[in-house]
Write a protein that binds this ligand. Structure first.
Ligand code: GLA
Length: 426
């Protein structure tokens, strides 16, 4: 949930398209290392349509991997003895300081003050987790130890470019984690299952970075399917593709707002949900389809509101998935708006700009429904809009949002794309 390097303001709104991140990553690689990269890893952002704060309650969510991506152009450095030392080295277009991870990576119990800071900590955390699994070490022995360094990790150098807005709740951190994980496993000759990659990336975020997030972001990022939303069961880790109706535009509204201290509020919500589950004697709120009749006497008022939201939100995921599958955008939109009311009033993680964006979107022509998306408090809302009315939607939304907030929003009309991938450049 920490802002990562990218190009603030570069992510194109309606109309403008910047030079794609993939092209910028390749150029940055050549500029940094004076030779051509051999691989390109692409890792999408995600927007969650419904099913918010349900992942750590073992529940359901419905994200979409979107065509705002983080790219790493890279090349292994053990092919030319002089090309690099035994490190993973990643330069970024946004940060003059590269991320450098020595191989073998630090031990998993390295105390936090001795870990990298900022975005480099995510890169290091993934390497630490890969080394800790031991899985790559075994592959390393098969491939010939001489070619591998540091618990099976192949040294490489890379350049990163990103079109994912920073700190906006679109999972720039998960995109980076998965990109690094796919780069490393590909070079080691390993093709882990997407769920294993997601869990590894989550462990890096939870145990190394120190953000106690669920699995939504990583599963959405790695599991993306073009043209589809993903119904994710966070208990079984089953991903079911849900086709998005062709006439429906998924519009991500970056409200321009950002908040500090989101991490501590997130931890509070987790604790409140766990408290509610304990008081209701279930392993997780996922296990309830309705509040028991005596819930008000077993739960404090805060835990009662949190539980009420999570139970209703899980039900909304299936209802939205069914509505989308039958092409009923109006029903899906109504459910999104109900989800926003619940997360605002019962879960209490919305914010003034998010509420203003949802209200302005709902009132604009062509909008079926809107809600805040992601961890909350600030960042992005998502709207489902009639594709034929996008111009009218934008023309009405922008002044209405500015009048309410004094801010300019950036609209991203998004397509659903495939999850993190790696391709050979030559
Ligand atoms: C953040 C977390 C996710 C999830 C969402 C809320 O994005 O990283 O795990 O909990 O908030 O749905």
């Amino acid at each position: 949930m920490t802002p990562l390097p990218g190009r603030p303001g570069s992510a194109a709104g309606l109309g403008e398209r910047a030079v794609p991140a993939a092209v910028r990553a390749v150029r940055a690689f050549v500029a940094a290392y004076g030779r051509e990269p051999t691989l390109l890893v692409r890792s999408p952002a995600r927007v969650n349509l419904i099913g918010e704060h349900t992942d750590y309650n073992d529940g359901l969510c419905l994200p979409v991997a979107i065509d705002r991506e983080l790219c790493i152009a890279l090349r292994r450095t053990d092919d030319v003895p002089t090309a690099g030392d035994a490190t993973l080295r990643l330069v970024s277009e946004q940060d003059p300081a590269p991320a450098v991870v020595g191989l073998p990576p630090p031990a998993a119990d390295t105390p936090p003050p001795a870990r990298a800071t900022g975005w480099a900590r995510y890169v290091q955390g993934v390497a630490v987790q890969l080394a800790a699994t031991g899985e790559l070490a075994a592959i390393g022995e098969l491939a010939g130890a001489g070619q591998l360094a540091g618990a099976g990790l192949v040294p490489w150098q890379g350049a990163l470019a990103s079109d994912i807005p920073l700190g906006a709740g679109l999972s720039s951190s998960a995109a980076l984690e998965l990109a690094v994980a796919v780069a490393c496993t590909h070079l080691a000759g390993s093709v882990p299952a997407p769920t294993e990659l997601a869990r590894l990336a989550q462990r890096a975020e939870n145990t190394w970075v120190g953000a106690a997030t669920g699995l939504l972001d990583q599963l959405a990022c790695v599991g993306g399917i073009a043209g589809h939303a993903l119904r994710i069961d966070c208990r079984t880790l089953t991903i079911t593709p849900v086709p998005l109706p062709a006439g429906l535009a998924v519009v991500v509204i970056d409200t321009g707002s950002r908040r500090e201290l989101v991490t501590s509020a997130y931890a509070d919500r987790r604790a409140e949900c766990e408290r509610a589950a304990r008081a209701l004697a279930v392993p997780a709120l996922r296990d309830l389809e309705a509040l028991p009749a005596d819930a008000a006497s077993r739960l404090d008022p805060v835990a009662l509101r949190r539980a009420r939201f999570v139970i209703a939100e899980n039900a909304r995921v299936d209802a939205v998935a069914e509505a989308l599958a039958r092409g009923d955008a109006e029903a899906a939109g109504r459910l999104l708006l109900a989800g926003h009311r619940g997360i605002r009033d019962d879960f209490e993680v919305s914010g003034p700009e998010l509420d203003a964006a949802v209200a302005a979107a709902q009132a604009a022509p062509g909008c079926f429904g809107a809600r805040m998306t992601g961890g909350g408090f600030a960042g992005c809302a998502v709207a489902l809009v009639d594709r034929t009315r996008l111009d009218a939607f934008t023309a009405a939304f922008e002044p209405a949002y500015s009048a309410r907030t004094g801010r300019e929003a950036v609209l991203h009309v998004c397509s659903a794309v495939a999850g993190t991938s790696v391709t050979a450049l030559r």
